[in-house]
Design a protein around this ligand. Structure first.
Ligand code: COS
Length: 384
């Protein structure tokens, strides 16, 4: 699925304008209030941003992966909290349903997700199951025509805003690994689901993560994603493969913005009688950042194009996520360096962005997990 080029061009122009005219001017408010204003979220609904990846037949824009990456790159030229509001609905929260949901499940949730009437979250991580996702302990035990969920999910982005949770839980506690895990679509307003207050974080103020606790939460058997037990972990992995391309565009978008901040500062700030951008050591930092941005956007475009063609992209997505998020860290660090002492002051945006991008190397799989995925796939290609 993809939008025709002309309509896509219009959507992209609209997002570019929205970022410049609405989001960037609201960045300080988000930082001060630790929240994204409701009128901005309403504008995002009206622009169709919640429905970027949802098929047109369910009311979304039905973008291809390549198109989604381009829009996310544009959106992430503003503080990352804005993208976070739509991020789980566009990405990991809804894509299990899009990929493997039954017709009834899609009809139940996708139209409301596409308009932003409800948001979704992806509940995989637990207090004792982070990188080792297959060791998750939340259970979903069959009881007549229901499943009963018990367990705790941690750092769940947008759980406080969600109307639908995609929850990975163990339906067969006797099977310890991946094959005992199933996925469920859970309405968080049902009895037995508790969402904790938002976590305090290093950066990305305005994004909301919390614990989701299940205490004998009864969901109908029809909530089992795809109607099949034992598929939850595999679905989660496929969702994360795709999510890592989305996140690579988050990294390249904010990197472009950070370079712009550093470049503008270097062109204006004078020392030793000249703008500091005219000094070769400052140019070297700018050049390294620009080359890394170009490499990151090019590889993400390439992998997204291959994803759209139906190729297997686990390894490429991990390469993109690892490279672009590590590069974003270096780019933010150089931008602070170019700003000198000013770069450490919250008055300048690079101080904030430096903290914000630190998360990119951690969530949806740490850099070390990406290395494992790349290494395993490389070996598989020679060992079969
Ligand atoms: N697509 C489909 N299936 C996949 C897959 C993928 N990308 N990756 C792995 N699988 C399958 C494997 O084929 C294997 O299948 P079998 O049970 O039939 O053997 C199963 O899943 C388990 O795979 P593997 O043995 O590689 O699992 P491990 O437990 O060793 O680890 C990693 C897998 C580390 C890659 C996984 O746990 C992971 O991605 N962890 C990070 C989790 C993460 O990103 N968390 C962030 C939470 S969301 S913000």
């Amino acid at each position: 699925m993809a939008l025709d080029n002309e309509t896509f061009g219009q959507v992209k122009d609209t997002v570019t304008r929205f970022v410049r005219e609405r989001l960037i001017p609201a960045e300080d408010t988000v930082e001060q209030t630790n929240d994204v204003p409701e009128d901005i979220i309403q504008d995002m609904r009206e622009l169709g941003l919640f429905g970027l990846s949802i098929p047109e037949e369910y009311g979304g824009l039905g973008l291809s992966m390549l198109q989604e990456c381009e829009i996310i790159h544009e959106l992430c030229k503003a503080s990352l909290s804005f993208r976070s509001v739509i991020g789980t609905t566009v990405g990991i929260g809804s894509q299990g349903l899009v990929m493997t949901g039954t017709k009834e499940q899609k009809e139940q949730y996708l139209p409301r997700l596409a308009t932003g009437e409800i948001s979704s979250s992806f509940c995989l991580t637990e207090p004792d199951a982070g990188s080792d996702a297959a060791s998750l302990r939340t259970t979903a035990i069959k009881d007549g025509d229901h499943y009963v969920l018990n367990g705790t999910k941690r750092y769940i982005t947008n759980a406080l805003r969600a109307g639908m949770l995609t929850v990975m839980a163990r339906t067969d506690p006797n099977k310890k690994g991946a094959s005992g895990v199933s996925a469920f679509l859970v309405d968080p307003s049902i009895e037995g689901v508790h969402i904790s207050k938002a976590d305090e974080k290093m950066g990305q103020r305005g994004t909301k993560t919390s614990d989701v606790i299940f205490e004998n939460a009864r969901v109908p058997a029809s909530a089992l994603l795809g109607g099949e037990e034992g598929q939850g972990f595999y679905t989660a992995m496929k969702v994360l493969d795709r999510g890592r391309l989305h996140l690579s565009s988050v990294a390249t978008g904010i990197s472009e913005r950070i370079i712009e901040e550093a470049l503008n500062y270097a062109a204006e700030r004078k020392q030793f009688g000249s703008p500091i951008g005219e000094f070769q050591l400052v140019q070297a930092m700018l050049a390294d950042s620009q080359a890394e941005l170009y490499a990151g956007t090019s590889m993400t475009r390439d992998a997204a194009t291959k994803f759209d063609a139906g190729d297997e992209i686990s390894m490429l997505a991990a390469c993109c996520k690892m490279f672009t998020t590590e590069a974003a860290g270096r780019i933010a660090d150089r931008a602070v360096q170019i700003h000198g002492g000013a770069g450490y002051m919250s008055e300048y945006k690079v101080e904030r962005f430096y903290r914000d991008v630190r998360l990119l190397r951690l969530y949806e799989g740490t850099t070390q997990i990406q290395q494992l995925v790349i290494g395993k796939n490389m070996l598989k290609s020679v060992q079969g």
